[in-house]
Design a protein around this ligand. Structure first.
Ligand SMILES: C[C@@H]1O/C(=N\OC(=O)Nc2ccccc2)[C@@H](O)[C@H](O)[C@@H]1O
Length: 473
């Protein structure tokens, strides 16, 4: 079985293979998925209902902002240490300049509230190894900078005070730790990496103990062979955090199983509580409907690929608010969450483009948020005008593209009728049945000038009279 399975596993597609084997062919795993299927407890339901989040990528990399020794690197700014091949000792000198004088956690929380995000994911430690909290397991922390104070603690309190959940991003890969290894090949490697895993355990326990209102851990920096060869540890971390913080959610990216399979274990079952592979890309609304079988969260950058602050946003395309909004709606329409990224400046303020974006998305959410929060995949056939979302028996049409026909085609599943349609401001729009399970929903009389939402009242009674009798062929 093992040989057969190894061939099967080798043939499986990339890390996102979810090919489920018939139950009797499943192989025994010690470090595979702890649970089959979605979680339905209150904490996971809150994660799901939140739907819209914001990422905060903030670290030493915000100081150089993509430029090193007079050269501007177009790659992701939070990877500048790598692009410019800066030794750790030299990179950590930046700590001497870390003093965000304009940082005001309450202002940050107000901005998030105004945008309508229900949660914020904060980089507690990115690959560079600089900690935004005063960790006692390393010198590379905010405590040893001119700022001194516990930045993470200030943020957690401010966001929570605004009713916004806080999630922690944590990079396992730590470029500044002498015991980090990309691979474990020698006895020296395994001694060092074992020390590294203990160090990481200690930091995670510290985060869970100091900030017990944290709702989620989003692990990153877990793609290297060293982690894939230690799937047991990733399973231990998930169990340790869930023991310390019952209800906490953990992303699939942490996890590797007994054979180094990531995200989905060797039997095709999702590990962790939600799939976190959709980064700067989204599943296709027609071809990738498989994602509606599990919980997932996408994240996106506003420029093509900048998570940390980069001084020059002219180097790539910057998405407009409507383009950001469409990705948010697209994710929710397929049963996923969307996290929009912000890369604060070193001084603790945000660039104007990000402030404008937050305002613009927030204004739309204030009017239309009921088609996002608590909504899920509707199960109806995708149409060119936009996306469906659904909450119970309420189906929403979120319209991004207006057809010259002035009608929005709606095709309902068998046995489902559209009874009424109305704009969210309650002005009704005409609905005409055009064929079996097909309707024309009128465009609103006034051109809304921005993406708009139509709420459908439907009837799913079984045994609907089928007045269209197909001709006998
Ligand atoms: C959110 C982003 O996450 C990262 N890396 O993500 C991935 O490697 N993503 C990935 C990899 C393979 C498949 C799908 C996504 C980091 O390197 C980056 O600086 C940023 O923090």
């Amino acid at each position: 079985t093992f040989i057969l399975f190894s061939l099967l596993a080798a043939g499986a597609s990339a890390q996102h293979s979810h090919k489920l084997l018939p139950a009797e062919q499943e192989i025994p795993l010690n470090y595979g998925a702890d649970r089959l299927g979605k979680r339905y407890d209150a904490d996971m339901q809150k994660f799901r209902d939140n739907r819209l989040g914001a990422f905060i990528h903030w670290g030493l990399y915000a100081i150089p902002g993509g430029e090193w020794n007079g050269k501007v690197y177009p790659g992701a700014a939070e990877w500048l240490k790598s692009w410019a091949k800066v030794p750790s000792g030299e990179w950590l000198e930046l700590m001497k300049q870390w003093n965000p004088t304009k940082f005001d956690a309450r202002k940050w929380a107000k901005m998030a509230k105004e945008m309508g995000v229900r949660y914020v994911k904060i980089t507690t430690k990115h690959h560079e190894g600089f900690c935004l909290w005063p960790s006692k397991y390393t010198e590379n922390t905010v405590a040893n900078t001119p700022y001194k104070k516990d930045l993470l603690g200030e943020m957690v309190k401010a966001y929570n005070d605004e009713g916004i959940d806080v999630h922690f991003y944590f990079s396992v890969m730590d470029w500044s730790h002498p015991d980090w290894r990309y691979d474990v090949k020698t006895p020296e490697d395994s001694a060092a990496f074992s020390r590294f895993l203990t160090f990481t355990d200690n930091q995670l326990k510290e985060l869970a103990t100091l900030y017990p209102t944290v709702k989620d851990f989003w692990f990153d920096g877990t793609w290297d062979a060293s982690i894939k060869k230690n799937g047991w540890w990733t399973s231990h971390v998930e169990r340790m955090l869930k023991e310390m913080l019952p209800g906490v959610t953990i992303n699939s990216r942490l996890r590797a199983d007994d054979y180094g399979k990531r995200h989905f274990d060797s039997n095709g079952h999702l590990m962790g509580d939600y799939e976190s592979g959709y980064e700067r890309r989204l599943p296709d609304p027609v071809k990738d409907l498989k994602v509606t079988r599990w919980d997932w969260e996408a994240c996106m950058t506003v420029p093509e690929n900048q998570w940390g602050y980069h001084k020059d946003w002219s180097l790539s395309y910057v998405k407009t608010p409507v383009e950001v909004l469409e990705r948010i709606v697209h994710a929710v329409s397929m049963g996923g969450n969307m996290v929009v990224n912000f890369g604060p400046q070193a001084d603790g303020d945000f660039r104007s483009e990000e402030k404008e974006l937050a305002k613009s998305i927030g204004a739309w959410m204030k009017k239309n948020g009921q088609c996002i929060y608590g909504c899920d995949y509707a199960g109806w056939e995708k149409q060119p005008w936009g996306y469906y979302t659904r909450k119970g028996s309420d189906v929403y049409m979120v319209v991004f593209n207006c057809p010259y026909s002035k009608h929005l085609t709606v095709k309902t599943p068998k046995g489902t009728q559209v009874v009424k349609a109305a704009l969210l401001n309650r002005k009704s729009v005409k609905v005409v049945e055009t064929a079996r399970n097909e309707y024309n929903v009128d465009m609103p009389a006034q051109e809304p000038g921005e993406p708009f939402v139509i709420k459908l009242q439907i009837k799913e009674a079984a045994g609907v009279v089928d007045k269209y009798r197909d001709a006998l062929t």
